[in-house]
Design a protein around this ligand. Structure first.
Ligand SMILES: Nc1ncnc2c1ncn2[C@@H]1O[C@H](COP(=O)(O)OP(=O)(O)OP(=O)(O)O)[C@@H](O)[C@H]1O
Ligand SMILES: [Mg+2]
Length: 314
C-alpha cells in the first residue's frame, strides 16, 4: 500500500492545465519531497489530495482509501497545512490547539503531546502574536499533528523562516516518520530542503512529474564514469556504435552513463575502447548530487520542449 497514490490527476483553471496527468506513488514511512518551482502546481495538488478541490480527471487514494468514494475514511488518518497556515494571533498557542481539539473530539492530553512534538511546550501559554514566524509554523504543524495522523501533508513549511527556524523545522520533519509512525509529504521549491530531509521525491514542472522515485535510486541510476582518452571523438563513435550511452566532455575525455557504478559495464566500455585502439589513461567515477540530477532533468525537458509540442498521456 502507498501512503498517497494518484492516477492521472488533472486540474484546469479556465483553459490552463495546472495539474497535468499526475501519477504519484508515495511509499509509507518516509519523508517525501514534492519539489517544483513557483507556480508548478504544488499547492493545487495538495488541495486536490485533501479534497478541497475537485479534479477534472484522475483519482486519489490516501492510506489505501479512495478519496472520492470514501472521503471520511481517506481523510481520517491525514493531517495537513496548506499555504501559510492561519492561526489566531490574540489567542495562546494552547488555545488555538484547543479549538481544533474540540472539533475533533480528542482528549485534552493530546495538546501536550503535540506541543512537545514541535518543542513548544514552554511557549504554549504565550499569545501567538508574540511568537516568531518559526514558532507559528511549528504551532501549525502541532495542529496538523492533532489526532495522530499517519499521513501529514505540509505545504512549504519552511517558507519565510530564518536559518534557525529552517533548521529546527527541517530536524522536526526528518524525525516525524519515526515519531508518528507515518509518512510526511512536504512541498518545497528548494532543492536543498528536499535533499536534506527526504528519502523520496517528485519533481513537478508545469503540473507534471518529470522525476520521481527514491532519492538513493535516482542518484544511483544517474551515476557516470569519465574516461580520459587520447581521441575522444573516435571513442564516442565506438561507444555509440555499440549502443553504450556516452557524451563528450572535452577533446580528452568522454562520459559514460553507468547506473549503480556498475563495474561490469565500466569494464565492458573500457574493453571496447582498448580493442578499437583507443588509449584509456584514467577512469573516474562522478559522484552526482541531487542538484546535478535536477539540472540534467530540467535541461532534458527543455530540449524536448524545443523539439516539439509536449506529447500528452492518453
Ligand atoms: N483558484 C485558482 N484559479 C485560477 N488559477 C489558479 C488558482 N489557484 C492556482 N492557480 C494557478 O495555478 C498555477 C499553479 O499554482 P500553485 O499555487 O498550485 O503553484 P505552486 O507550485 O504551489 O507555487 P508556489 O511555489 O508559488 O506556491 C499558478 O499559475 C496559479 O496562478
Ligand atoms: Mg504553493
Amino acid at each position: 500500500m502507498f501512503a498517497i497514490e494518484t492516477q492521472n490527476l488533472t486540474k484546469r483553471f479556465g483553459k490552463t492545465v495546472v495539474v497535468d496527468g499526475l501519477s504519484l506513488q508515495v511509499p509509507t514511512g518516509c519523508v517525501f519531497g514534492f519539489l517544483g518551482p513557483n507556480g508548478a502546481g504544488k499547492t493545487t495538488t495538495l488541495r486536490l489530495l485533501l479534497g478541497l478541490l475537485r479534479p477534472d480527471r484522475g483519482c486519489v487514494h490516501l492510506l489505501g482509501h479512495n478519496l472520492f468514494a470514501h472521503r471520511l475514511q481517506a481523510l481520517s488518518g491525514v493531517g495537513a497545512f496548506v499555504e501559510s497556515a492561519s492561526v489566531y494571533d490574540h489567542l495562546s498557542g494552547r488555545a488555538n490547539l484547543e479549538l481544533t481539539r474540540r472539533v475533533l473530539g480528542l482528549r485534552e492530553r493530546e495538546i501536550d503531546r503535540v506541543l512537545e512534538l514541535v518543542e513548544l511546550q514552554r511557549a504554549g501559554n504565550k499569545r501567538v502574536r508574540d511568537y516568531s514566524l518559526g514558532m507559528k509554523q511549528r504551532l501549525a504543524l502541532a495542529r496538523a499533528l492533532l489526532g495522530k495522523p499517519r499521513l501529514l501533508l505540509l505545504d512549504e513549511p519552511t517558507n519565510g523562516l530564518d536559518p534557525d527556524g529552517i533548521m529546527a523545522m527541517r530536524r522536526l520533519i526528518r524525525e516525524l516518520p519515526d515519531r508518528i509512525g507515518g509518512t510526511v509529504f512536504v512541498s518545497s521549491h528548494l532543492l536543498s530542503e528536499v535533499e536534506q530531509t527526504a528519502q523520496g521525491l517528485c519533481l513537478l514542472r508545469a503540473g507534471s512529474a518529470v522525476l520521481q522515485g527514491s532519492v538513493a535510486d535516482l542518484l544511483d541510476r544517474s551515476s557516470q564514469i569519465d574516461f580520459t582518452v587520447d581521441r575522444a571523438g573516435a571513442a564516442m563513435e565506438v561507444l555509440i556504435a555499440n549502443g553504450v550511452p556516452a557524451s563528450l566532455v572535452d577533446e580528452g575525455a568522454i562520459r559514460v552513463q553507468c547506473p549503480g557504478e556498475d563495474r561490469a559495464a565500466a569494464a565492458a566500455a573500457n574493453r571496447l575502447l582498448v580493442t578499437h585502439g583507443i588509449a584509456v589513461s584514467a577512469m573516474t567515477p562522478r559522484k552526482r548530487s541531487l542538484e546535478d540530477l535536477y539540472r540534467d532533468t530540467l535541461r532534458a525537458e527543455d530540449g524536448a520542449a524545443r523539439q516539439g509540442p509536449k506529447r500528452r498521456a492518453a
